[in-house]
Design a protein around this ligand. Structure first.
Ligand SMILES: [Zn+2]
Length: 366
């Protein structure tokens, strides 16, 4: 029998006699509730997981005779719909009560805090992570940080793909590798390190360069979420987009341009795809006056400027996006890109409202 309890992470506070804040002070989670008659505060205090909904309503209406049963029921339903409540009667899954799950206590709390999905049990989001398969394409600064974060956070299966070996110039930002690993395959070292970090999850690897779209199709088909953390070959994002559209795989890409870091989240079939966004950028660029590059830079590639901070933030942001797609905690809006400028610490969002009718990748699929 459902016994609702306010999540500890969302525990309410009353200001004075008539104003309540629930969910702390974090935008996107917190809410203010007016309570001139005091019954909302009373309701929140009896939502302690010891009573069924009927018992909660009977108790409340008894204490506040002017309150109708329907009003009280609506208030309880609102709290449930808002994700502030979980069911204490739901027994914890077998795995959770095993001692080894103690390592995820803090992570489960964080997921509960960010989770606004109604009717979730206390460990449901963490369990979703445990049941998921994520493939990380590219184990440079971004992919290595993301794979580490995903394995540590309890993603059940992490598959790592890269064709490079560890070089000295990697060590300022790719923290899975050490001086002892120079010359070794990144995949081999990453799998070894991640298994040492978390032996409770499955870590696998695949050494190989991605030089054709087919490879991405098979990778996308074999996972729940694909994380693209590589930027070569030049078409790899578009290949990934098409592979994920064809297989219905949700995916994330993430990278940096100097101090500008970005992450994109895509759920195929639910809105504009990555190539829709690319087409829109090209169209906008075509309206600009002709550009002339700086002559001394002609023929040179752009700088690959990065350190452990920029690569780490980008990789962690990517892992956060992957966790969002798996658990809905938090439920980040998808089919768009988010950027953070590390010079100003300001963020921005870029995305189209709807798919482009002329998109070569998703036209007819969305
Ligand atoms: Zn598209």
């Amino acid at each position: 029998m459902f016994r609702p309890r306010i999540k500890f992470e969302h525990r309410p506070v009353r200001y004075g006699e008539d104003r309540i804040r629930i969910g702390g002070d974090i935008m996107g989670i917190a809410a203010e509730i007016g309570d001139p008659e005091g019954w909302v505060w009373a309701l929140l205090n009896i939502l302690d997981g010891t009573r069924t909904v009927d018992q909660v309503l009977a108790d409340l209406v008894h204490r506040f005779p002017r309150l109708s049963h329907a009003e009280a029921r609506e208030a309880v339903d609102d709290l449930i719909r808002a994700g502030y409540v979980y069911d204490t009667a739901a027994p914890p899954p077998e795995r959770v009560i095993e001692a080894k799950w103690g390592r995820y206590d803090r992570g489960a709390m964080l997921l509960r805090w960010m989770d606004r999905t109604p009717d979730r049990g206390a460990w449901d989001a963490q369990l979703l992570l445990h049941q998921s398969r994520v493939t990380v394409v590219g184990l440079g600064g971004v992919g290595a940080a993301a794979a580490w974060a995903l394995a540590a956070s309890g993603v059940g299966q992490v598959h790592c793909v890269d064709g490079d070996v560890v070089e000295l110039s990697n060590l300022n930002r790719q923290l899975l590798y050490t001086e002892q690993d120079l010359g070794r395959s990144k995949v081999e070292v990453a799998v070894e390190q991640l298994r040492k970090h978390n032996s409770q999850v499955s870590i696998t690897g695949q050494h190989g360069v991605i030089d054709r779209p087919d490879t991405l199709w098979s990778l996308a088909a074999g996972c729940d979420v694909l994380l693209l953390a590589a930027d070569t070959p030049g078409d790899i994002r578009s290949w990934t987009n098409r592979a994920c559209l064809a297989t219905g795989t949700v995916w994330v890409h993430s990278g940096y341009h100097g101090p500008q870091v970005h992450v994109g989240l895509y759920r195929p079939g639910s809105g504009p795809c990555s190539d829709c966004g690319r087409a829109a950028r090209l169209e906008r660029d075509a309206t600009l006056p002709p550009l002339t590059g700086w002559a001394p830079a002609r023929g040179q590639q752009g700088p690959h400027a990065a350190n452990a901070v920029t690569a780490g933030i980008t990789g962690q942001l990517a892992a956060h996006a992957v966790i969002s797609l798996i658990t809905g905690a938090p439920a980040l809006p998808v089919n768009r890109e988010y950027g953070v400028n590390l010079v100003t610490l300001r963020g921005h969002t870029v995305g189209l409202d709807s798919p482009r009718a002329d998109c070569p990748a998703c036209h007819g699929l969305v």
